[in-house]
Design a protein around this ligand. Structure first.
Ligand code: SF4
Length: 407
């Protein structure tokens, strides 16, 4: 067997990790080493998020412990029946790489996932050893995100959450029956049970926080990833599943990852990846549910997909023109947030400004950074849209031109 160098392992195992999108690092507790104690920081220069053009976080050392895997998930390039090149790090190698890269200022933390080696428990134990060594042996105070293996013993999952800032358990596919068909060793029920147990730990840690300093338990919460376009689930179904996950397990984020076709797999999977715009529209819709007060059903019913040509808030406004125009000098925040082109920050600034003056179109232009999308849906001191809101070709005038494909 060829012995791989550390560099070769890094090339294989960082490439294999790129399919996991659930690596954002917001919301953790503050730790720093500016007083000369410990290594790393989650503050200031410590964590700054950087995203690759495809939206994936690149500020962390994002690797797999190994891409050997005894499972056979049809949608995964690392499945046991795939003939991809394999590699495996030792625990010490991951610890040394993390510290080395951190000290060179290449990374702000570690995102560690793994294929299943031998068994879920064995794999989880190895990952916990990495985090434990970083925290206890090296006083590492940077960010750690561990991918939890849902089939691992609950005490191992709890240990992972004690050392990591964030843990994530991938829900994988929007439909339970698709998971059963495409990932025979996984169970949707088992995944939800593990999420429930993490939520319980986070809630208990928060409960005791006021009384004593409890050991921190995944202070940045838990997240998950759903693969989009590997099965026939509609956007409405996907958002419905996300909505239930946010409610039941207190997830910080659901990440949507467009399915990438992989060689030599089952014909039950589509031969092409879905348009990246679908992933983008799902993120926008997810944002509307979490920060703009939209119910999932207002955005897409179970049998509906999102409109790829326009953003979901504009799509909703065009279907509900009777709710417009909104008078920006009188409306409450909730109604203002429904105006296409107005974000949370713009609305909050407008509410601030209107305490001492009546809003005019020029204010909106400045605060919303653009008027074209907003104008048909608002009233200000000096502007009424008149018939514009109901104009038949309004959608066409607000639809961004499509860039022709190069191929
Ligand atoms: S468990 Fe499934 S998704 Fe995870 S690495 Fe193994 S084959 Fe891939």
């Amino acid at each position: 067997m060829t012995v791989l160098t550390l560099k070769q392992k890094l090339a294989i195992l960082s490439d294999a990790a790129k399919y996991d999108a659930s690596c954002a690092s917001s919301g953790t507790s503050k730790r720093d080493s500016s007083n000369g104690r410990g290594v790393g920081s989650t503050e200031g220069m410590g964590i700054c998020h950087a995203y690759a053009p495809d939206g994936r976080c690149i500020s962390l050392l994002k690797i797999l412990l190994t891409n050997f895997c005894v499972y056979d998930c049809a949608y995964c390039v690392n499945r046991v029946t795939s003939n991809t090149p394999r590699a495996r790090f030792t625990v010490q190698e991951v610890v040394d790489l993390t510290l080395g890269f951190y000290k060179r200022n290449y990374i702000e933390g570690l995102f560690l996932s793994s294929g299943i080696i031998r068994s879920p428990d064995y794999t989880m134990e190895e990952m916990v050893r990495v985090a434990q060594s970083l925290r206890l042996d090296h006083d590492f105070r940077g960010y750690i995100h561990l991918k939890v293996i849902p089939e691992a013993a609950p005490d191992l999952v709890n240990k992972a959450a004690l050392y990591a800032d964030r843990v994530s358990i991938n829900i994988e596919l929007p439909r339970d029956e698709s998971l059963t068909a495409l990932a025979p060793e996984k169970s949707a029920q088992g995944i939800r049970k593990a999420m429930g147990s993490v939520r319980l730990g986070i809630d208990q840690a928060a409960d005791t926080a006021a009384k004593a300093r409890p050991p921190s338990f995944a202070p940045a919460g838990q997240s998950t990833q759903m693969i989009v376009g590997a099965d026939a689930a509609t956007d409405g179904e996907i958002l419905g599943r996300s909505d239930r996950l946010y409610g039941a397990y207190g997830l910080r984020r659901v990440y949507y990852s467009a399915y990438s076709p992989i060689p030599d797999t089952t014909s039950r999977l589509p031969p092409m990846r879905p348009p990246l715009m679908r992933e983008h529209r799902l993120y926008q819709a997810d944002w509307l549910m979490r920060f703009y007060g939209f119910e999932r059903i207002e955005i897409a019913a179970d049998n509906e997909d999102l409109d790829l040509a326009i953003d979901p808030k504009l799509a909703w406004a065009l279907k509900n023109r009777g709710q417009f125009p909104v008078d920006l000098n009188r409306a409450d925040r909730e109604r203002m947030l429904r105006v296409p082109g107005l974000g949370v920050k713009s609305v909050d600034k407008m509410i601030e400004v209107r305490r001492y003056k009546r809003l005019v179109l020029e204010d909106v232009k400045r605060l919303a950074r653009g008027l074209a999308k907003v104008k048909p849906f608002i009233v200000t001191q000096d502007w009424r849209p008149g018939a514009l809101t109901d104009q038949a070709d309004l959608r066409a005038t607000l639809t961004p031109p499509q860039q022709p494909s190069l191929f």
